[in-house]
Design a protein around this ligand. Structure first.
Ligand SMILES: Cc1cc2nc3c(=O)[nH]c(=O)nc-3n(C[C@H](O)[C@H](O)[C@H](O)COP(=O)(O)OP(=O)(O)OC[C@H]3O[C@@H](n4cnc5c(N)ncnc54)[C@H](O)[C@@H]3O)c2cc1C
Length: 510
């Protein structure tokens, strides 16, 4: 190990590598509190060349490498799966490389955050359309593309952030550096098209959860931000899951170009208001579900027309409009005007100290989510015994339900559902029983929702392996996935262990 450390230090210099205990522990977790893997080394390269040299050494030494952007994955994706390996922190690579205003394409280093990128673009009246994930103030463009993220604003209109991708610079697990899309033509002067004289190989790195290559640069389409926008929030009838789905469907069926729309179920509004995470709804007399929409337009007339059409759909479905100001409860305005799109989910991980979401995030057709939420209620009843055990120790029963349900591209919604439970460390004591129950509950919930046929996009440690363990993949597809992995990464260096891909024979080799 000292020799390996020395070789890596020669690549990045002393300042950008560490094996100190506190740095290794700082990189041993992502957002959830129940998954941990302590790396041997943390390294912070500055460009593709350094990444390439690191990967070549990792191949020689047969040591796992885990790419990490903002570390905001909720499923343990950017920490080691066991206690070993090198965490490759890409956040040093956070510059805008080129703004092509003529062709409306921006090229950035993969570690830049969505917040920093859009802050830069707004100086030119531009934005990325889909603003990445809700964690966009810290989450990176590379992490967003690796997760196929969506939800941080603009996703009803623009879909997930991978829709905007034109080309990537990727370091393959064996160290070769490639450019995808139009840049595959060595005579091309700038990125302008996603296909590279043949297949769309940018796509295999979209949603790959960091197993096929390290993204070092990305070129994205960008858009002029329209000068007009409106945003309204509605109080929904009680138990309005079905009604909200009907509203989303009608918006799509009428082909209305909506920028964002979200539904907050009754329980979320009630508990969220009680716990202080939605101060703008504290004065609502009836703490019921709410739903908002945002539309953008190039002229006042166009805006007026769109608002009229969307309002009609909401009002016909018995939704009651709240006042226009944030203080009136108009979360739609806060979401669009005050960057709420990057703040809205943050408190879900800090509802009450020690209370934390073990969640499930998936894409599903609009019509499917009311049924999934009913099944989550049933699942909760079936797991009452485990929940009661946590209640006995912590004084509070875990809560199951859904976060904001978001209209996204492909006529889907992004569904965040799950169980919010206590961490095992309570009043200075570690309760192993809670640790065990949390993992058990989480796996059971993920399995249950998988059986609704959903598409997971952020798989990380726990979900990528669970899908294999419960046999959720079509066998031929799984074989295909593994062959691609083996071709690109013969020693299974990159993100070793995800999907239970440990090595040639499927055996754990770390
Ligand atoms: C408050 C909060 C809100 C969130 N809201 C959303 C949301 O609305 N929508 C959503 O989709 N997710 C959401 N997330 C989850 C997560 O933040 C996003 O999926 C985000 O895109 C992850 O980006 P990151 O830079 O933090 O990636 P990381 O967590 O660092 O990494 C994610 C995965 O990508 C890989 N990876 C990272 N960078 C690279 C790279 N350059 N090359 C190759 N692989 C790489 C990692 O190995 C890992 O598998 C939220 C999380 C939090 C905490």
């Amino acid at each position: 190990m000292p020799e390996l450390y020395q070789k890596l230090e020669e690549i990045v210099s002393k300042k950008y590598i560490s094996n100190s205990l506190y740095v290794r522990h700082a990189y041993s977790r992502t957002v959830d509190p129940v998954l941990q893997g302590v790396p041997d080394i943390v390294i912070r390269p500055k460009d593709a060349q350094e990444v390439s040299e690191i990967l070549k050494i990792a191949n020689e030494e047969n040591i796992a490498v885990i790419p990490r952007g903002g570390g905001d994955c909720e499923f343990g994706g950017s920490k080691p799966i066991d206690d070993s390996g090198i965490v490759l922190d890409l956040k040093r690579m956070n510059n805008v490389v080129n703004l092509d205003q003529e062709n409306l394409i921006v090229t950035v280093e993969a570690g830049i955050s969505w917040g920093k990128l859009n802050d830069y673009l707004c100086n030119f009246g531009l934005y990325t359309g889909c603003l990445g994930p809700g964690s966009g103030l810290t989450a990176s463009v590379g992490g967003g593309i690796s997760h196929q993220s969506v939800g941080g604003g603009g996703c009803a209109k623009y879909g997930s952030c991978t829709n905007q991708l034109v080309s990537l610079e990727v370091v393959l697990p064996t160290g070769e550096i490639i450019e995808t899309g139009s840049q595959a033509n060595k005579y091309s002067k700038f990125p302008f098209n996603r296909f590279g004289n043949g297949p769309d190989f940018s796509s295999i790195f979209c949603g790959d959860n960091g197993i096929f290559g390290v993204k070092t640069q990305a070129s994205l389409q960008i858009f002029p931000k329209p000068p007009f926008a409106d945003y309204k929030t509605f109080l929904m009838p009680r138990k309005s899951e079905e009604i909200s789905a009907k509203i989303f469907t009608e918006i799509r069926r009428k082909g209305i170009d909506i920028y964002d729309s979200m539904y907050f179920m009754d329980l979320l509004v009630r508990v969220g208001t009680e716990k202080g995470i939605f101060p703008l709804w504290e004065n609502l007399k009836r703490k019921r579900g709410t739903m908002f929409y945002t539309v953008e337009a190039n002229t006042e007339k166009e805006l007026e027309e769109k608002v009229k059409q969307v309002d009609k759909i909401f009002l016909q479905n018995k939704a009651e409009e709240l006042g226009p100001e944030i203080a009136d409860g108009n979360i739609g305005k806060w979401h669009y005007v005050e960057q709420g799109h990057w703040l809205i989910a943050h408190n879900l991980w800090g509802l009450i100290p020690g209370f934390t979401a073990l969640d499930a995030e998936c894409h599903t057709p609009i019509a499917a989510y009311p049924g999934i939420l009913k099944d989550v209620e049933l699942w909760d009843l079936e797991h009452s015994n485990e929940m009661e055990k946590i209640l006995e120790i912590s004084g509070m029963r875990p809560i199951s339900g859904a976060g904001p349900i978001i209209l996204i591209g492909d006529h889907n919604v992004e569904l965040t559902t799950g169980v919010t439970s206590f961490e095992s460390y309570i009043d200075g004591k570690n309760y192993e029983i809670i640790e065990e129950l949390n993992i058990k509950l989480w796996k059971s919930l993920l399995e249950r929702i998988t059986k609704h046929g959903v598409t997971w996009y952020m798989l990380g440690d726990i979900l990528s392996r669970l899908l294999i363990e419960i046999g959720a993949f079509q066998p031929e597809y799984l074989q295909f996935l593994k062959s691609v992995k083996k071709t690109l990464d013969p020693r299974f260096i990159l993100s070793r262990g995800k999907f239970n891909f440990w090595g040639e024979n499927g055996k754990k080799i770390s």
